[in-house]
Design a protein around this ligand. Structure first.
Ligand SMILES: [Zn+2]
Length: 375
């Protein structure tokens, strides 16, 4: 696609936008073809796709644009986070994610968690407790991705269809080449592919998650109904212990309506989990039950975004302390990137949640100034 396709000029010609639309649907068609190809015997294909979507959303530019490339190391860290909660037991069994032996990445994560001696431990705590072993685990996962799914993902039948990314190696790569200093670890997006991944993320994510759950269901002889929640659901219990310190930061009041939280306090993902799974401290706020129930999976209005960005900026030190004490992940830049990717791309007629059952229009200038100005 030409660079004109990414132009953000207001009032672009209809020809240009038609061009963009057909580009996006072409891209979507190719993604569907890759997803439908049956050559994969594990869930790695889905992990790589979701990992790339996540990285594009999390590494946006100041104006919300997608990155032009990511590294295999970054992808390995992201995929580690995807599989991390999936090694807990489902009905007292470890889910099989490969048609033969267990998928190597899961085995490695499980072995590591057992070594650290705390099954169900958070990624942030694990990294803290055993930094060297953790780095080795990431490197191991990276090699698995380099060797297998990355060169193979864009193969349909016996043909390579490069539409998503280019890499500088093929599937006969040796580990020594990977370990050498001049290994080129870039995954370069082709044309507008990074941008397309971000735009299509709200549709690609649930689609990939469903197919992933379906495959795990087949490997394990299980119906997929509960599996998707198990594999990808928001870990509500895991974040409950963060309510107390976060509520203190809010002066004891609900983040959205400002009323004192008396009874049921709930931890809310400011950018909804269904939009992007970010459990980092900066994405969490405390609400009363009424607001949490009303907001659901909606995006919050600009005035909330303003207060939220302000909190993250002004209370950075306190947030870092909470993260330290609770050994919880705290990645302000990543969280801000996610908000930019989503909010700065909203169509003008989108509706944002204000309070109770009230929704308001997108206040684009305000969002740009809040999210663009913050750094
Ligand atoms: Zn409230």
């Amino acid at each position: 696609m030409s660079s004109a396709g990414r132009s953000q000029l207001p009032g672009g010609s209809t020809e240009r936008s038609a061009d963009r639309t057909s580009g996006a649907s072409e891209f979507a068609e190719r993604l569907l073809t890759v997803l439908a190809d049956g050559a994969f015997t594990s869930t790695y294909k889905y992990a790589v796709l979701l990992g790339l979507v996540d990285l594009c959303v999390e590494q946006s530019t100041r104006t919300g644009g997608a990155p032009t490339s990511v590294t295999t190391r970054q992808l390995a860290e992201r995929i580690l986070e995807l599989y991390w909660p999936q090694v807990r037991l489902f009905d007292e069994r470890l889910l099989q994610q490969n048609s033969g032996n267990q998928a190597a990445i899961l085995t490695k994560i499980l072995r590591f968690q057992n070594q650290v001696g705390e099954p169900g431990i958070s990624v942030a705590r694990a990294r803290h407790l055993a930094p060297d072993e953790f780095a080795r685990l990431v490197r191991d996962i990276e090699w698995t991705l380099v060797e297998m799914p990355l060169p193979k993902l864009q193969r349909v039948g016996s043909e390579q269809v490069h539409f998503l990314y280019r890499i500088n190696w093929s599937d006969d790569i040796r580990r020594s080449t990977f370990m050498s200093r001049d290994f080129d670890n870039a995954i370069r997006f082709i044309g507008n592919a990074g941008e397309d991944l971000v735009r299509l993320a709200p549709f690609v994510r649930p689609l990939v998650q469903r197919e992933w759950s379906g495959l795990v269901g087949r490997f394990n002889g299980l119906a997929e109904a509960r599996l998707e929640q198990f594999l990808f659901g928001a870990p509500r219990e895991a974040i409950a212990h963060l309510a107390e310190p976060l509520l203190q930061l809010q002066g004891g009041n609900c983040f959205y309506c400002g009323r004192r939280v008396r009874q049921r306090r709930e931890v809310d993902h400011f950018v909804p989990w269904s939009r992007h799974p970010d459990n980092g401290l900066d994405n969490l706020v405390v609400t009363d039950a009424a607001c949490n129930n009303a907001k659901r999976d909606h995006l919050a209005a600009a005035e909330h975004v303003e207060r939220w960005a302000e909190r993250n900026q002004q209370r950075e030190v306190e947030l870092a302390q909470i993260a330290d004490v609770k050994q919880w992940s705290h990645r302000p830049r990543r969280t801000l990137s996610v908000a930019r990717s989503i909010y700065l791309r909203l169509p003008a007629d989108a509706r944002l949640w204000q309070i109770q059952r009230e929704f308001v229009a997108v206040d684009a200038p305000r969002l740009r100034s809040v999210l663009g100005a913050a750094s």
